[in-house]
Design a binder for this molecule. Sequence first.
Ligand SMILES: Cc1cc2nc3c(=O)[nH]c(=O)nc-3n(C[C@H](O)[C@H](O)[C@H](O)COP(=O)(O)O)c2cc1C
Ligand code: FES
Length: 375
Amino acid sequence: MYEIARRLDLNTVQVTETLVYYSMLRRKPLGKYHVQICTNVSCMLQGGYGLLEHAKRRLEIGHKEVTQDGVFSLEEVECLGACTGAPCMQVNYDYFENLTTEAFDRIIEYLDLGRNPEPVQVISGALHPRHPAETPLISKLWGIRDSHKIDVYVQHEGYAGLKKAVTEMTPDAIIEEVKTSNLRGRGGAGFPTGMKWSFVPKDSPKPKYVICNADESEPGTCKDRPLMEMDPHQLIEGIIIAGRAINAHQGFIYIRGEYRYVLNIVERAIEEAYSRGYLGQNILGSGFDFDLLIHTGAGAATHASSRRFRPSSDCMGVRRSSTTLRRSAQCPRSSAKAAKPTPIAARARTAGRGWSAFRAISASRASTKFPSAST
Ligand SMILES: Cc1cc2nc3c(=O)[nH]c(=O)nc-3n(C[C@H](O)[C@H](O)[C@H](O)COP(=O)(O)O)c2cc1C
Ligand code: FES
């Protein structure tokens, strides 16, 4: 900690504050497999506490403890953004949703044998059977095969709005159009988007940035995850249009650290957008330039250790997407303060009680095929 403070020119209290605030930053090594069980409201209602107690008994460790052999560590966590698949857990940031105690045991047994159980297919609740009267608000691509790919997005009129915005409309006209549409933010306040954009001073010579906060963690409201998972180009297109409207040339997507698989999807989508000329220099021949990069958070905004409520993007920047970073300038703030999340330690120090008895039982049982955590 002293070394981190020295290198980043901070005092140790600032470093400690950061370590305490972000749930993915650790001061002690974890087990090889770090098991995080959510007990926030949706999971609690679906048996999350029972699951946690079961996990404590089976692993013979408590919250934030590591098994004697260093193979497993356990943590009770706040909303993982999988409320539609409650109760859920993550193991090394892979999702296992709709969990039962039986499924939990099978996953642990598999891991203990060195096998990798497939994470339960992520459906994010967006793909439920649709009622005829239902109008999808977040994406019209829900349920369409490969909807995250640029070809599918373009087939469904994707990037047509961007083309119009950069080739036919002035920034003021874009803001007026967004105001007229009554589009409102989905980050919690429902604030009118066009009005928000109009607040950015037009005549200021200072550089402007578009920052997309995808660090959601409000239980029961998670929609950023399915949006990024299944319709990332809609997000990218919206960010570029926002950039054009406020005369920004750099955007950031701040993605919740726990959404590890989503990071890969959005990163690929950004690469696709660059390769088709929707991002970068002279977008669609309009003379407008815009770069976009991803930052990941280091743990959700609300978490058990502090219960404070502050978007973690306030201290944005823990890990940058390497490919997008190469394309554009580093975030000035985060480049100075960036710190990598502690990797899962291969062999952790002893912190918990032994669980050799369970391991012996596991070994004899785990010859059965691992089906699915939801069965
Ligand atoms: C009720 C409420 C809940 C929020 N929840 C979160 C959250 O879970 N994670 C987060 O990073 N920010 C959260 N925020 C902050 C918003 O995401 C942030 O202010 C964002 O800029 C809003 O963008 P929008 O205008 O597009 O909705 C919340 C804000 C409000 C008012
Ligand atoms: S409350 Fe558990 S994933 Fe949201």
